[in-house]
Write a protein that binds this ligand. Structure first.
Ligand code: HEC
Ligand code: HEC
Length: 216
């Protein structure tokens, strides 16, 4: 029994490591740019939907405030190359060059995402899938990559804390049905494909309720 348990743990750990490799390979890039230039573009072209400073008021439109700049830049590049296929976002970024995208990424990453209802957070229970995963279905715990507080452990991994619930649900549904497939090595799709509707909703509600950081 003991040896079977140990070998399972070992295989599980190797599996997690395999998932992390394609992600870490890309994490070395350092973004340089000018956040003030980014701000000027964002105010003209992006804030209408994503809200001033990237704090969105529309449940289907993601907050960009407090997201990591490396993740933001990758998503914009993916929309531009259609690796992440969204007609609307493609139109917004297709004419912007890499430097402009980097400037925008730095701007939004520097913006605070307001704390939401600290009272609601008090009674918040961490879903088991987030903290422990599910070894029976080989689901890796989300917090290995997204962080114990939902605020990520690596630049290429998005912050989920405080993100819009409806956006989190829809983007997980897209990962699950393969509509969104721009994750390195398909590592995120492989995990999300195993989640039920109920699990997706519970996880989305949990992360959204964690909130951002206090506005400065
Ligand atoms: C007409 C509304 C609209 C405008 C204008 C707009 N966006 Fe978006 N944006 C969206 C929606 C809706 C999504 C979610 C799309 C999806 O599901 O892929 C999104 C997604 C994104 C994401 C992915 C976020 C994540 O967490 O993965 C980034 C980054 C982004 N937008 C940046 C921008 C930038 C930069 C601009 C301006 C140059 C911009 N957007 C303009 C509506 C808009
Ligand atoms: C091995 C690391 C890893 C694990 C484990 C992991 N993720 Fe992720 N996740 C990522 C990376 C990397 C991305 C960004 C992919 C890309 O480049 O588009 C991501 C993206 C996401 C997004 C999209 C966020 C956005 O702003 O669009 C959601 C939602 C998400 N993950 C939820 C989860 C959930 C829920 C779990 C656990 C059941 C989980 N992830 C486990 C690495 C991981």
């Amino acid at each position: 029994m003991q040896t079977r348990y140990l070998s399972y743990r070992l295989i599980y750990r190797l599996f997690v490591l395999m998932l992390l490799i394609p992600i870490q390979l890309q994490a070395g890039d350092i973004i340089t740019g000018n956040a003030e230039n980014g701000k000027a573009i964002a105010e003209k072209k992006c804030d209408r939907c994503h809200g001033p400073g990237g704090v969105s008021e529309d449940a289907d439109t993601p907050h960009l405030a407090m997201q990591t700049s490396a993740y933001l830049l990758k998503q914009m590049q993916d929309y531009k190359s259609r690796a992440r296929d969204d007609k609307n976002m493609y139109k917004r970024v297709r004419k912007l060059d890499d430097q402009q995208l980097a400037d925008i990424a730095l701007w939004y990453a520097s913006q605070p995402l307001p704390e939401i209802d600290p009272q609601a957070r008090k009674n918040l229970k961490t879903p088991k899938l987030v903290s422990e995963g599910d070894s029976a279905r080989a689901i890796t715990p989300c917090d290995i990559c997204h962080g114990k507080d939902g605020k990520t452990v690596a630049e290429m991994v998005p912050v989920l804390a405080g993100q819009q619930v409806d956006y989190l649900i829809s983007t997980m549904e897209y990962f699950r049905d393969g509509t969104r497939n721009n994750d390195p090595g398909g590592a995120v799709q492989a995990i999300i494909k195993k989640l039920t509707d109920v699990e997706i909703e519970a996880i989305a509600r949990y992360y959204a309720a964690l909130g951002g950081r206090p506005a400065e």
